[in-house]
Ligand binder design. Structure first.
Ligand SMILES: NC(=O)c1ccc[n+]([C@@H]2O[C@H](COP(=O)([O-])OP(=O)(O)OC[C@H]3O[C@@H](n4cnc5c(N)ncnc54)[C@H](OP(=O)(O)O)[C@@H]3O)[C@@H](O)[C@H]2O)c1
Length: 442
């Protein structure tokens, strides 16, 4: 039995032939040169997908590009999402699987189920709340029983924000203060070459808008505790374009982060993020009110966003509209999404910045009190281009955090979000090493 465990791959990257998957593989090669101590001696890994020839070509290309890599070449595993035996063969040989096969709402469940059945820990790069919340509800108990950790949204969606919220809450509790509200503002910086997102991401967004009703049904049926009303002034939510004195124009953030933060808070509140061991100075994070916004650089950007956003949301509401959107990603996204890969210049010139503006009290909340908050902390999370540079770095660190902390009892089992899986690990320190930084701002 122990020899089986020894022979498992530490890490398998599934979907390695995709745009994101290949960048993840490439980052592992690069990391083994820049930070070789991140890999234990004898680290064994594999890349997986359904096309053996392309997987071998990727190994050849990356071995040539990174001759100084300090880890062995990966093995190749053949698996298609639709072939259960192939998935089981892959997951039963793996300690931690990175899943980069999307859209996840169509292909993710088979992989999650196989991981839970075969006790293979799992991280993915999904930004699809309906998929995440469905998996949490369906597989959490079995994952706990099998001592497996399944963590969704371990890419740009939603590690910077979800771990940033945790980081901010911890700053309050370290001072003996109580946080009650956090506002998140995302700013994307681009260079002269502009920015382009991948087609699979556009596809995920189209189906995400189309399945809002399903998400509502999943939430209604959820057995997780509801977030309580806090004894503090209500955090207003700006549904329309608003101009913030400090940060500029912003609109509601329509991507996964608010859903993930909310799910994290519910998982903590329900007591599902329990680790086998406890670190001495780590306490369960308190619940806060949360609102998220996208910052836009100018009034012209606001006008474009409003027009394109309106057309997108109308079309995404019907099957024929979704087909139209999927057939013409560039037309309906002002060139922001395309079947063409983003160029090196676009990736190099782009970066993200997330401002987390929080308020709270230097004393415990008292029932009926409507005192204004008397403490404020601003945290800024920064990193390189979100989709194909930051995401590979983040998801690899999430996988390594499981590999290094799970056997020590500091990673809970279950179907979890980033902050509920990694709250007792060194993930934020690890992310700093690869250029995703969390800082207090004045
Ligand atoms: N969270 C984030 O910030 C973030 C960032 C980037 C991407 N993503 C998400 O990551 C996902 C992938 O995006 P991408 O741009 O990399 O897409 P992509 O280039 O189209 O890659 C898709 C991958 O899935 C594989 N695949 C498709 N059907 C399969 C099947 N039946 N069995 C096994 N593998 C299958 C493809 O394999 P073949 O090569 O054999 O077709 C390919 O490796 C999307 O859902 C996207 O939204 C998230």
């Amino acid at each position: 039995m122990s020899s089986n465990i020894i022979q498992k791959f530490d890490l398998t990257i599934f979907g390695a032939t995709g745009l994101t998957g290949k960048e993840i593989v490439s980052h592992v090669y690069e990391l083994s040169i820049d930070l070789p101590s991140f890999f234990k001696p004898g680290f064994r890994w594999a890349i997986a997908g359904r096309n053996e020839e392309r997987l071998q070509e990727i190994i050849q290309e990356l071995t040539d590009r990174f001759p100084k890599a300090t880890i062995e070449q990966p093995s190749v595993l053949i698996a298609s999402v639709t072939q259960r035996e192939q998935l089981d063969a892959m997951t039963s040989k793996t300690k931690v699987l990175i899943n980069a096969v999307g859209p996840f709402r169509f292909m993710g469940e088979y992989v999650v189920r196989s991981c839970v059945d075969n006790s293979c820990n799992y991280v993915d790069v999904t930004g699809e709340p309906e998929f995440v919340e469905r998996m949490q509800r369906t597989y959490h108990d079995k994952a706990v029983a099998n001592k497996v950790t399944i963590v969704h949204s371990c890419g740009f969606d939603s590690v910077p924000t979800d771990m940033g919220v945790l980081y901010t809450k911890n700053l309050y509790t370290q001072h003996g203060w109580v946080p009650t509200q956090i506002e998140m503002f995302l700013r994307i910086h681009t260079g002269p070459s502009g920015l382009r997102g991948g087609y699979a991401t556009f596809e995920s967004a189209v189906h995400g808008f189309g399945s809002a009703e399903l998400l509502r049904e999943i939430r209604q049926a959820s057995t997780l505790k509801r977030l309580p009303r806090l004894e503090a002034p209500k955090l207003p939510f700006h549904k329309r374009v608003t101009r913030d004195k400090e940060l500029g124009y912003h609109v509601p953030f329509v991507f996964a982060d608010p859903s993930v933060v909310r799910l994290s808070q519910q998982i903590f509140l329900t007591g599902l993020a329990t680790t086998e061991k406890k670190k001495p100075n780590v306490t369960l994070p308190p619940t806060v009110q949360f609102a998220a916004y996208l910052l836009l650089p100018s009034l012209w950007a606001v006008i474009l966003y409003t027009i394109y956003g309106f057309i997108f949301s109308v079309l995404a509401g019907s099957p024929w509209g979704r087909n139209l959107l999927l057939g013409h990603p560039e037309l309906f996204s002002a060139g922001l999404f395309s079947k063409e890969h983003p160029t090196k210049e676009q990736l190099n010139q782009s970066s993200f910045e997330i401002v987390l503006r929080s308020k709270g009290y230097d004393h415990a909340l008292t029932p009926g009190s409507n005192d204004p908050p008397n403490k404020e902390i601003k945290v800024v999370v920064r990193g390189p281009e979100a989709g194909y540079v930051a995401t590979p770095r983040i998801v690899v660190q999430c996988a390594l955090a499981i590999l290094n902390n799970k056997h020590e009892g500091y990673v809970p089992s279950g179907v979890l979000t980033p902050s509920t899986a990694f709250w007792e690990t060194d993930l934020i320190d690890r992310l700093r090493f690869v250029g995703i930084t969390y800082d207090i701002s004045t």
